[in-house]
Write a protein that binds this ligand. Structure first.
Ligand code: CP
Ligand code: NVA
Length: 308
C-alpha cells in the first residue's frame, strides 16, 4: 500500500517526481475555470474520504477540488461526527472505510491515529496534518520555491518562530531535497532534536541560531507560522507572544536576508503577530502561491498513492 505519511518516509526520487508532476499538471490547466475537469481523469470512479478532526480551509478545499478535477468524488467527514477513536478503534474505522472508499486523507491530533489508520487500511492514507508534521504543506512550499527561484537544493531556508509541525516537515524536506535549514526561535520552543539529527544524517546543513537577525543572513527563503497551533492550549497564547515577539518577520528582519529572498507562511496567519502585513503583502511574499499550490501538489501526491 502506498501511503503518503511523511516526507522522510517517501523516497527522494518519488518526491522529486511529485513536485515536477504537480508543476506540469498546473501548467496544463493554466487559465482554465477551476471547476472544469482536467483532460486526464485518473480518479474517475474513485471515492476519497477527507477526515478532519481539526478545522481547515486550505486542506479541505484543495483536496476536494483536486479530486473532482481528476474525475473522482469526495466525502468530507468530521471526526467529531464519526466513531473514530471514541465509538470504536482507529483500526476498525480504517478497515471499514477501506470497504467503501479508494483513499483516505486525515487531519488529526496524535500522529499515532494516522499511523494506526495507515497500518489497518487497505487503501492509501494521506497525512493532512498531525500535531507533529504537515507534509502536504511543505510539498506545496517546495513547488512554490522552485517555480519562483529554480531548484531548492543548496539554498538557505530560515524558519523564525515556533519549532512546530510545519517546521518538522521542513526538516524532513531539508534531508530529502538537500537544502540548508536554520531554525531561529526561543529555546523552549525548539523543535524535537530528532528532526534536526535526521536531516543532518541525510547530509543537510541544519543549525539553530538564537539571534534572528544573524540567522536570516544570506537566506533565500524566510518562513514562519502561527505562534499558537491548533493543538496548543489556548492558555499558552500570552506566554508564546512574550517568547516569540522578537522573532516576528518584519521589514527590519527581512532586510537581512538576500535581496531576492522569498517569504512563506502556510496560513492561516495572525497578521502582525508572527509576520507583519507589510511583509505578508509585500514583494517577497508568495503566501497565496503556496495556498494555490496545495491543490496541484496534492493532486500529484494522490496520483502517486493510487499509481494512476
Ligand atoms: N495551511 C493549512 O493547512 O491550512 P488549513 O488549516 O486551512 O487547511
Ligand atoms: N502549525 C499550525 C499549522 C496550521 C496549518 C497548526 O498546527 O495549527
Amino acid at each position: 500500500m502506498t501511503h503518503f505519511l511523511d516526507i522522510n518516509k517517501t523516497d527522494a526520487p518519488a518526491l522529486r517526481h511529485m513536485i515536477d508532476h504537480a508543476i506540469s499538471m498546473k501548467n496544463a490547466r493554466a487559465d482554465r475555470p477551476k471547476g472544469q475537469p482536467d483532460d486526464e481523469q485518473p480518479l474517475a470512479g474513485q471515492m476519497v474520504a477527507l477526515i478532519f478532526e481539526k478545522p481547515s480551509t486550505r486542506t479541505r478545499v484543495s483536496f476536494d477540488v483536486g479530486v473532482r478535477q481528476m474525475g473522482g468524488q469526495t466525502m468530507v467527514l468530521s471526526g467529531a461526527d464519526m466513531q473514530l477513536g471514541h465509538g470504536e478503534t482507529i483500526a476498525d474505522t480504517a478497515r471499514v472505510l477501506s470497504r467503501y472508499v479508494d483513499m483516505i486523507m486525515i487531519r488529526t491530533f496524535e500522529e499515532q491515529t494516522l499511523l494506526e489508520m495507515a497500518e489497518h487500511a487497505s487503501v492509501p492514507v494521506i497525512n493532512g496534518l498531525t500535531n507533529r508534521t504537515h507534509p502536504c504543506q511543505i510539498m506545496a512550499d517546495i513547488m512554490t520555491f522552485e517555480e519562483h527561484r529554480g531548484p531548492i537544493a543548496g539554498k538557505k531556508v530560515v524558519w523564525s518562530g515556533d519549532g512546530n509541525n510545519v517546521f518538522a516537515s521542513f526538516a524532513h524536506a531539508a534531508g530529502q531535497f538537500g537544502f540548508d535549514l536554520t531554525f531561529t526561535g526561543p529555546q523552549p520552543l525548539d523543535p524535537e532534536p530528532g528532526f534536526l539529527d535526521e536531516a543532518r544524517a541525510k547530509g543537510a546543513n541544519v543549525e539553530i541560531v538564537r539571534d534572528p537577525h544573524k540567522a536570516v543572513k544570506g537566506a533565500d527563503l524566510v518562513v514562519t507560522d502561527t505562534w499558537v497551533s491548533m493543538h496548543d492550549p489556548v492558555s499558552a497564547r500570552e506566554r508564546r507572544h512574550n517568547q516569540l515577539r522578537g522573532y516576528q518577520v518584519n521589514a527590519e528582519l527581512m532586510a537581512k536576508a538576500k535581496p531576492d529572498a522569498l517569504f512563506m507562511h502556510c496560513l492561516p496567519a495572525h497578521r502582525d503577530d508572527e509576520a507583519t502585513s507589510e511583509i505578508m503583502d509585500g514583494p517577497h511574499s508568495v503566501i497565496f502561491d503556496e495556498a494555490e499550490n496545495r491543490l496541484h501538489a496534492q493532486k500529484a501526491i494522490m496520483r502517486w498513492c493510487l499509481g494512476v
